[in-house]
Design a protein around this ligand. Sequence first.
Ligand SMILES: *Cc1c(COP(=O)(O)O)cnc(C)c1O
Length: 376
Amino acid sequence: MKIEMVDLKTQYKKIKDEIDRAVLDCIASAAFINGPQVETFAENLREYLKVKHVIPCANGTDALQIALMALDLEPGDEIIVPAFTFIATAEVVALLRLKPVMVDVDPQTFNITAETVQSAITAKTRAIIPVHLFGQCCDMEPIMQIAEKHGLYVIEDNAQSIGAEYIYSDGRRQKAGTIGHIGTTSFFPSKNLGCYGDGGAIFTNDDKLAEKMRMIANHGQSRRYYHDYIGVNSRLDSIQAAILNVKLKYLDQYCKARCSAADLYDEALADIEHIKTPFRAAFSTHVFHQYTLQVKNGRRDELFDYLQSEGIAVMKYYPLPLNRQKAFQKFVPEGLKLPVTEMLCQSVISLPMHTELTKEKIEFITEKVRAFFLKS
Ligand SMILES: *Cc1c(COP(=O)(O)O)cnc(C)c1O
């Protein structure tokens, strides 16, 4: 048996008729740019997230960049980011001549916390970018409190957790990406809500920020050929919006399928001494963008090679923290200590996770993991 990290082919086959019709209609209409599908999708996503504004754009990295561009920041202003994330989160900060300040994460959730953020706040701090990693929210309530206390913007990088819900201490629920001043997401094909190419979106409840970000995404235009801001060209194609309109209807079902797969993994791996299955925080639902284990006995790389040799795709998300990336060296202060991030980069391994994982496949994978630890 050969098992891939994701299976978008089987997922497509199940909704092929709907998708094909939507794509062909779009082509026939020839409204490839800013077609009605884009507005319809923005409206549908707005309703799904219960947020005031959804601004579609070209990808999740652009979404972060446009969000930062809207905040009137000065070169050298400090933006707090997790050291344990995909590069895009911090890359856009550096690109805009701002300063990424990397902070450590929680060993259970892999996310930044109010505590790890607190220690990094200086007089130059302007914003925090919490990343809801692997499908679970950061603990947003204390993060928002700290941000308010210090007058900081919060941009949620929600590329991996669309559909997840944050649960406040009073039980109230709010969709990930709609809690901070701005939220961003990616529709990269393998994300929980993926299109068939590149795509992204920005969310906000702030009317002024929404208007400005809409303009920035469109060359800073207030009306055609009148430019109020330096902007970018970042659009969601009509064909991608048409596909997303179909797939959004299935997002909750897809999240459920991922959760069921995670439950089966948990059950089969619970009693293995040297691995830690994903933590499930009380303050968030989990939509399992990744199913990530921690290997506690220093044998992560050995397990990685073994599973690959058995035909099972696995990934190290992430093998190298931001503070060890060559491109980021000038942002790493001397003596920076990020013990949890360092430990995670050495010990995490992500197993196949997607909407089409069958019980048989999970049994095959978990048998191999068990064999690795129990026989040697
Ligand atoms: C995927 C991802 C992005 C970037 O999304 P793109 O659409 O590939 O530009 C940003 N942040 C995180 C955490 C991601 O996982």
